[in-house]
Ligand binder design. Structure first.
Ligand code: SF4
Length: 395
């Protein structure tokens, strides 16, 4: 066989789609979404916002796990009343993260009746499908945008297939029935999601909201729908986009579905902030969604958050759980140390650590900039592992 000489074949370029940049400001700090900024990791609490202590504690946990924005639901007057207290509690605890208010149905009332809540939040999420119908809907939307303009807050116009504007959908279904070859209902739904997001963004601009204070999202719960909707949305506007597969589910199903959808879009440069909508196990840790979001971005080479642990799956050469325990404890240790190491050792988050069940692939891993630990055979002897360091292992 003749091997034809090739030129080097490149890996994906990961060129980001150009967008406007929206600034989310709190205290004297800011995080930028889009406009060339790194993809922002965000999360959402599941506490009752009317309980300021429980909510502040969970916001702190999410921020410490690496969430760069935290969304809280603001659904009742009791919740809106406590938002300033949550902000103050976070400031007292030294938790520096912006709060995003999630509004449905009554956001226009809460934002106008509780101006301190409107001020304490750094960004509002508005769902145009949950604001009533007809003129009432237009007035409610205008009222929320007017508050955003008054306090100079950016807004995410977050459309969701489960709460899509009924009137828009009905109108588009009627129009579709008059087509010579009607689209199928799911194609009309996808188009309605995009149209709803874009037309509401245009309306917000007409009402005076700056074009660089708008972020869009169109969330659906099926992977192929999400990819199709965001490809279309990104081709039709230059607003920064919030990516997430809604109702992704629990455990490995939720992680796999979110990763499958978001990876395709991020690879195409689409997406400026991400949230992973995992259902926690009963009593499970809410911070899991932050770690998954970070791992998606880091494994794709888009950002670095914590040293990545590469571990082999093990095989017949491994005869105990020693290397699994080693991999697990190293991974936990690295994540625990990051708040301190990040300040002490700039660049440490880009380090790789490989934990191998035996020396078979250890030398290969050490060619890369990696700290390698490989168990010696016979592994059950628990001899100290073989250690090797790639040439650029440490920054
Ligand atoms: S590194 Fe060794 S133990 Fe791990 S899968 Fe490969 S051969 Fe098996």
């Amino acid at each position: 066989m003749t091997i034809v000489e090739q030129s080097p074949f490149p890996i994906g370029q990961l060129t980001r789609r150009p967008t406007r940049g929206a600034r989310v400001v709190w205290d004297t700090k800011q995080v930028q979404i889009g406009g060339g900024a790194p993809v922002v990791v965000q999360s959402m609490t599941n506490t009752d916002t009317a309980d300021p202590i429980a909510t502040a504690i969970q916001v702190k946990e999410l921020a410490q796990a690496g969430s760069e924005m935290v969304r809280i639901t603001v659904n009742t007057p009791e919740a809106a009343k406590e938002v300033p207290a949550i902000r103050e509690q976070l400031d007292r605890m030294g938790v520096s993260v912006p709060l995003v208010g999630d509004f449905h149905y009554n956001g226009h009332k809460l934002l106008t009746q509780f101006p301190e809540c409107a001020q304490a939040l750094s960004k509002y999420r508005i769902n145009p499908g949950n604001m009533g119908g007809g003129k009432k809907r237009d007035d409610n939307f205008a009222q929320m945008i007017e508050v955003a303009c008054r306090y100079e807050k950016p807004v995410r116009i977050g459309v969701n297939w489960g709460s899509l504007d009924h009137e828009l959908m009905a109108r588009m279904m009627d129009d579709n029935s008059r087509r010579s070859v009607p689209w199928d209902a799911s194609a009309v739904m996808r188009e309605a999601l995009v149209v709803s997001a874009i037309t509401n963004a245009a309306r917000a601009e007409e009402l005076g909201l700056a074009g660089d204070a708008i972020i869009l999202s169109c969330k659906v719960s099926h992977v192929q729908d999400l990819i199709s909707v965001y490809r279309n949305l990104s081709a039709r506007c230059d607003y920064p986009l919030h990516l997430g597969l809604t109702e992704a589910g629990m455990g490995s199903k939720g992680i796999v579905a979110s990763t499958a959808a978001l990876s395709v879009l991020l690879q195409e440069g689409i997406g400026d902030t991400i949230r992973i909508s995992l259902t926690p196990e009963p009593g499970g840790d809410r911070t899991r969604e932050v770690i998954v979001a970070q791992e998606i971005l880091q494994t794709m080479g888009l950002r670095a958050f914590t040293p990545m642990v590469v571990a082999c799956p093990g095989c017949g050469r491994t005869s105990s759980t020693y290397f699994q325990e080693l991999a697990d404890s190293i991974q936990s240790y690295l994540r625990r140390q990051m708040p301190v190491w990040k300040a002490q050792y700039p660049g440490v988050e880009s380090m790789n650590v490989a934990v191998m069940g035996c020396v078979v692939n250890g030398p290969g891993e050490s060619v890369m900039p990696t700290l390698v630990s490989a168990c010696r055979a016979p592994e059950r002897s628990r001899q100290p592992p073989f250690l090797s360091m790639g040439s650029a292992a440490l920054p």
